[in-house]
Ligand binder design. Structure first.
Ligand code: NAD
Length: 467
């Protein structure tokens, strides 16, 4: 069972940061414990039988509302896992300074066992149970996709909410990660992977940091291993390969891995995997059945993007990567973290590395509440101003500006440009403030610095309401 000890690990990592903080024990306890967890058992009639499903929605913190966090569909899900994930959401939102509390949900189900129509029926029933308890609500609790869920599930959830509250003008803001044609944001599905790319780029902007990991410079030709080839793993692999010239040398899935030391074409292997459900038979690489042993292969950057506890005290000593970027939540256990730190492996922790998803969810939520797309009001006005500026420059210099520059200026920013710009800013700032806190407080790791930053901010927020 992959989720054993996840909550214990999360709490130990939190406690480690307390050593660098002035927080009183009682306030620390108040922040650490999960506020509430609702367990829901519900029945759905499928294939002539009533099937009983179990799900959870945990609210770890409500110092800001709504509380925010994904819903995962996973047969290994448990209450303890959901509570650990909800806690990570609290810390993540504090690090990137978005005004949300932390929440998380799960349904104990293997989505591969059911058809799309059956998943829709199950999702709608699950959503009804959560909505009637205000565990899905634009002002109180806003889910998003996670493992085993995506835009479809979010669209069904939004539709259920609208049916139950047809006059709520903000109904669409009850969930994020919806398809763009159903109130979602272009760029949300790629956001977590894009955010991981942005944070890696920021790491490589700091010579002191990349030198500590044993790198000489730039991202070009860095050898990357990715575990988990779902939403997050695919996107981060694609962006690092296409935009930063990294070599994706192995991709690991639950049913085998594909390896090519010269670099894989991420889009090609995605197409192959989507059709065949396995990497076996892909001609441009070697298929390896036991994928998890490849976590310890030689590489520059290891990106676990699957699930928790995959690097533990059993394999941590054999990890050869110089840099681990936690795209997944909780991929490294507390014990493995200690081993890797002693080995000098640098880790960009989950609560910072994969925050791009909730950052863009924040933009989607705002857009749903504003009922207008980003940039709509100012786009033409900006174009007019640039046009005037170009005319003035041409009159003053007597020269014509090249057409391609003119077009770029006058076209202005599209909504996706604005989303990416906002995401880049959030990820850069999260990294910069965390590394500064690490330096200022003489903290050994980025993870502990990130936890300290989060819990100090949450403490201020509790203090300000008199707790
Ligand atoms: P997903 O379901 O789209 O993909 C997960 C992939 O990992 C699947 O293809 C699955 O087969 C594979 N996998 C599972 N166990 C594995 C194993 N032991 N070895 C190799 N592969 C394995 O899920 P996702 O949305 O990409 O989420 C992945 C991780 O990122 C999770 O930890 C999730 O909590 C985290 N995360 C996701 C988001 C988001 O926006 N989706 C945001 C923040 C964090």
């Amino acid at each position: 069972m992959v989720n054993k000890n996840f909550l214990r690990s999360t709490n130990k990592l939190f406690d480690q940061a307390l050593e660098f903080s002035e927080l009183s024990d009682d306030l620390a306890t108040r922040i650490r414990v999960c506020n509430s967890t609702y367990t829901i058992n519900f029945g759905v009639k499928l294939r002539n039988h009533i099937h009983t499903f179990t799900g959870w929605r945990s609210v770890h913190s409500e110092h800001f509302e709504p509380a925010k966090g994904g819903i995962r569909y996973d047969i290994n899900a448990s209450q303890e896992e959901v509570e650990a994930l909800a806690a990570l959401m609290t810390y993540k939102c504090a690090i990137i300074e978005v005004p949300f509390g932390g929440s998380k949900g799960a349904l104990k189900i293997n989505p591969r066992d059911w058809s799309k129509e059956e998943i829709e029926k199950i999702t709608r029933r699950f959503a009804q149970e959560l909505i009637k308890r205000d565990l899905i609500h634009p002002a109180q609790n806003v889910p998003a996709p996670d493992i085993g869920t995506g835009a479809n599930e979010m669209a069904w959830i939004a539709d259920e909410y609208r049916r139950i509250y047809p006059t709520d003008i903000n109904a669409l803001a009850c969930v994020t990660g919806k398809p763009p044609e159903k109130g979602g944001l272009v760029g949300r599905s790629e956001a977590t992977g894009r955010g991981v790319q942005f944070i890696i780029r920021e790491f490589f902007r700091h010579k002191e940091d990349f030198s500590k990991a044993g790198f000489k410079g730039g991202l070009k030709n860095k050898k990357v291993i990715i575990q988990g080839f779902g939403n997050v793993g695919f996107h981060v692999g694609k962006f690092l390969q296409e935009d930063d010239d990294c070599k994706i040398i192995s991709v690991l899935e639950h049913n085998g891995a594909i390896v090519n030391p010269n670099g894989l074409d991420v889009t090609e292997i995605k197409d192959f995997y989507s059709i065949n459900g396995t990497f076996e038979g892909f001609s441009e690489g070697e298929f390896v059945e036991n994928s998890s042993k490849l976590l310890c292969s030689e590489c520059d950057i290891l990106i676990p993007a699957a699930t928790e506890n995959v690097i533990d005290e059993e394999n941590a000593n054999n990890i050869q990567a110089k840099l681990i970027v936690e795209a997944a939540n909780g991929p490294v256990t507390y014990e493995a973290d200690q081993i890797l730190n002693n080995k000098g492996v640098i880790i960009i922790p989950d609560i910072m590395a994969n925050a791009g998803g909730v950052a863009v969810s924040y933009f989607e939520w705002i857009r749903n509440l504003r009922h207008i797309r980003f940039g709509r009001l100012e786009k033409r006005r900006n174009a007019y101003q640039f046009d005037t500026l170009i005319s003035a420059i041409e009159t003053m210099t007597g020269k014509e500006m090249p057409e391609k520059f003119k077009e770029q200026f006058i076209e202005g920013a599209s909504e996706i440009d604005l989303i990416r710009s906002g995401l880049d800013d959030i990820m850069r700032e999260a990294y910069q403030k965390t590394r500064q806190s690490q330096i200022d407080n003489n903290i050994p790791t980025l993870r502990t610095a990130a936890y300290k930053l989060a819990l100090d901010r949450i403490a201020i927020s509790y203090d300000s309401i008199g707790l």
